[in-house]
Design a protein around this ligand. Structure first.
Ligand SMILES: Cc1cc2nc3c(=O)[nH]c(=O)nc-3n(C[C@H](O)[C@H](O)[C@H](O)COP(=O)(O)OP(=O)(O)OC[C@H]3O[C@@H](n4cnc5c(N)ncnc54)[C@H](O)[C@@H]3O)c2cc1C
Length: 448
């Protein structure tokens, strides 16, 4: 029989595949391995199972694959993860296998940044004033590297509120407030310093020297991975319930369909997994982690420019500001392609959550014009990506609060026939490399 890839609205796809809801008494499960979530960890795992000749299916809740690797075609922007390092050992083999083209962005990624603070726009910023760039804060406690990539969850002595760590290293409360805008966390008083130590350790021990983006956007990579898959990959399958039975696990979706498998692999972020009814033997720390782990809120407001206003006023396009739009970045992938986005992190996202899209557009352009008079009449609003409110993720990446890292080893243990993958379950890496690491780990758990 000719093998086909199935990616479609699956009320129909179930019928096309001859998959009957589990309630129609059947003896054999629908598949051996049922992967929940079609982000990079789920797709990579599917690719590994495909190559091993295994029987699998993948269910994705939204109408597209890629998860947090998301090229929004309506605004022609990548709005999620897209930067990788040239030493991402877990992800690079898949990149090579698919033949997706990469762009080296190393030479232009550290563009000069202007600072707008207390109503004053300056470039360069005076030497005697605190510089609010993220790397300034990341560098604090310089010699204090974690001894290894996986030490973060085994080092209670590093597990303290990040603000406390910053203050121990000489920052005043005022400077901590500035750091809170620059650092990629919800709240430096509530997040653990261990997240930052792990990021620094990842930067050091991973050893990447070059930064790469996907040519044509991350969608190009995702589409190429999907082409390697011959088994059913179903979208519009929002999982609402998982029942682990003696011989099979039953997974029920919002549309009423259900599927059974010998093993289920959940790659769902804990922010959405906690909305799934789970009848399975979770251990105590796992249950706590699923309910309580926090993910960073990020809201990006994407703008287009009709003229290069930064050439007119001679100030860099990239800006750090102490206003509600927080940071302004060029998120383009080449020196000539400038793509402007205001990047708001953590607590600051609440300000925009309360606004309609029209209000966000008006407010942002007005604020940009106020800060950069040269931009008047040269900016257009494209769209907003609110990761905190995006129903399929409810946050950008996991951040551990003090005391939570000790749950880690328990939280990634299989619960009966249900295994856990995804960015949040990686021992060593961060971001897409973490997601890929988790796929490799679970593959070994399943196949050993
Ligand atoms: C703004 C932003 C910038 C980033 N920048 C970088 C970067 O530069 N470099 C880097 O390495 N990483 C970056 N990351 C992180 C990186 O994108 C993620 O770590 C990685 O893509 C996560 O992959 P995943 O498969 O673990 O999860 P996801 O991609 O989130 O996949 C999970 C999938 O599960 C689906 N799902 C959720 N709930 C259900 C349900 N109930 N039923 C069925 N399906 C469901 C979701 O729709 C999603 O497709 C960034 C992330 C964001 C948001």
């Amino acid at each position: 029989m000719k093998r086909r890839i199935f990616i479609r609205n699956s009320a129909m796809a179930g019928a096309a595949l001859g998959l009957l809801p589990i309630s129609c008494a059947k003896s054999a499960p629908d598949t051996e391995y049922l992967i929940l979530g079609g982000g990079i960890s789920g797709l990579f795992l599917a690719n590994l199972l495909e190559k091993a000749g295994k029987d699998y299916m993948l269910l994705e809740g939204s109408n597209r694959l890629g998860g947090r690797m998301f090229t929004r075609t309506d605004i022609n922007r990548d709005v999620g993860g897209r930067g990788i390092g040239d030493k991402y050992h877990n992800l690079l083999p898949l990149i090579k296998e698919t033949g997706v083209e990469m762009i080296d962005i190393t030479d232009f990624m550290n563009s000069p940044t202007a600072i707008y603070m207390n109503g004053e726009l300056q470039h360069p910023w005076p030497e005697d004033k605190v510089k609010p760039y993220m790397h300034q804060f990341m560098a604090l406690g310089k010699s204090d590297y974690l001894p290894s990539l996986d030490a973060w969850y085994q080092s209670p002595k590093w597990d303290e509120p990040y603000a406390q760590f910053l203050m121990k290293n000489g920052l005043s409360e005022e400077e901590v407030a500035v750091a809170d805008i620059s650092l990629n966390y919800n709240d430096v008083y509530k997040t653990s310093a261990i997240n930052a130590h792990h990021s620094r350790a990842f930067g050091k021990y991973n050893g990447s020297k070059r930064a790469l983006n996907f040519k044509g956007g991350t969608i190009a990579f995702i589409n190429k991975i999907v082409k390697t898959l011959k088994k059913p990959v179903l979208t519009h399958k929002m999982v609402t319930q998982i029942d682990d039975g003696e011989n099979a696990v039953k997974v029920t979706c919002k549309d009423g369909s259900s599927y059974s498998a010998k093993k289920v692999i959940s790659t769902l972020p804990f922010t959405t997994l906690r909305d799934v009814k789970m009848n399975m033997g979770l251990n105590a720390n796992q249950a706590k982690a699923i309910q309580n782990l926090v993910y960073t809120n990020i809201t990006q407001i994407h703008l287009a420019h009709t003229e290069n206003y930064w050439e007119e006023d001679g100030i860099p396009l990239d800006m750090w500001t102490d206003t509600s739009i927080e940071r302004v970045m060029n998120v383009g992938s080449s020196p000539t392609e400038k793509q402007i986005a205001c990047w708001v992190n953590g607590k600051g996202t609440a300000f925009f959550d309360a606004m309609s899209e029209t209000e966000i557009a008006e407010y942002t352009i007005k604020k940009m014009n106020e800060i950069r008079p040269a931009s008047v009449g040269k900016l257009e609003y494209l769209g907003t990506q609110n990761w905190g409110k995006y129903e399929y993720n409810k946050g950008a990446y996991v951040e551990f609060a003090p005391g939570q890292a000790e749950w880690f080893l328990d939280m990634i243990r299989p619960a009966g026939n249900v295994h856990f993958a995804g960015e949040h379950t990686a021992h060593e890496n961060r971001g897409m490399e973490a997601a890929a690491e988790s796929a490799n780990r679970v593959y070994k758990e399943l196949i050993s």
